[in-house]
Design a protein around this ligand. Structure first.
Ligand SMILES: *[C@@H]1O[C@H](CO)[C@@H](O)[C@H](O)[C@H]1NC(C)=O
Ligand SMILES: *[C@@H]1O[C@H](CO)[C@@H](O)[C@H](O)[C@H]1NC(C)=O
Ligand SMILES: *[C@@H]1O[C@H](CO)[C@@H](O)[C@H](O)[C@H]1NC(C)=O
Ligand SMILES: [Ca+2]
Length: 191
């Protein structure tokens, strides 16, 4: 009870101070300036970006980015494939699966945002179990790939996949114990 009434008291105080702040703003603000500021904001805000940021805040955890029903988080720290996947799993996520050119381009843009050098980054793809059988770590079907030419080449049992590799900057199989930055992905709304 004590706690509740204190909360209520704080609430009333908060509302009162909001009302007070509003008055001060309305009293001192020049209507013209307010109008112009609105226009400037509408002109410069990219609606697509705005939509994404609103969805990121409502559908994804803090610091995750929303895209097409999923939430993405970039981690610059370099880890081997299993440590990276485990890190994602600890947050209810997986290394990314890619199912279309659009999704792939989104991943590239995300990496570019955090790492202008665009260093190679892990994908959730591997074939360590059997050479010609590929699995996404999130359990989805392999229905899209973007290999560099000559890859995957299974050189020295390479069986984990990263992207932005060498001149073509697409997918390459590489030993799983190598360390790379990574992205974690989970369904939006699943916090
Ligand atoms: C808005 O942002 C998106 C994604 O970053 C971009 O593809 C698009 O070209 C931008 N639109 C404008 C008008 O700047
Ligand atoms: C990653 O790929 C992009 C093109 O998609 C390229 O601009 C960038 O230089 C690449 N980064 C590295 C380190 O290869
Ligand atoms: C296989 O791919 C690796 C990169 O993962 C590359 O360093 C190596 O040269 C390639 N080997 C052959 C024989 O093409
Ligand atoms: Ca390779």
């Amino acid at each position: 009870m004590m706690f509740l009434s204190r909360l209520r008291f704080l609430g009333v105080f908060f509302l009162a101070s909001l009302a007070f702040a509003d008055e001060v703003i309305l009293d001192t603000a020049d209507e013209d300036i307010l109008g112009k500021a609105d226009e400037v904001i509408l002109d410069t805000v990219n609606e697509t970006e705005l939509e994404r940021s609103v969805q990121s805040r409502t559908l994804c955890p803090w610091t995750w980015v929303y895209s097409d029903g999923r939430c993405f988080k970039y981690t610059a720290t370099k880890m081997d494939w299993a440590a990276a996947e485990l890190n994602c799993v600890s947050m209810g996520a997986n290394l990314p699966s890619v199912h279309s050119e659009n999704e792939y381009q989104f991943l590239k843009t995300l990496v570019r945002t955090y790492d202008p050098a665009e260093n190679p980054t892990w994908l959730g793809l591997s074939n360590c179990q059997k050479r010609n059988t590929w699995f996404w770590s999130d359990g989805t079907k392999v229905d899209y790939t973007s290999w560099n030419s000559g890859e995957p080449n299974w050189s020295k049992n390479e069986c984990c996949v990263h992207f932005n590799w060498s001149n073509q900057k697409n997918w390459n199989d590489i030993p799983c114990h190598e360390a790379y930055s990574f992205i974690c992905v989970k369904k939006a709304g699943a916090r």
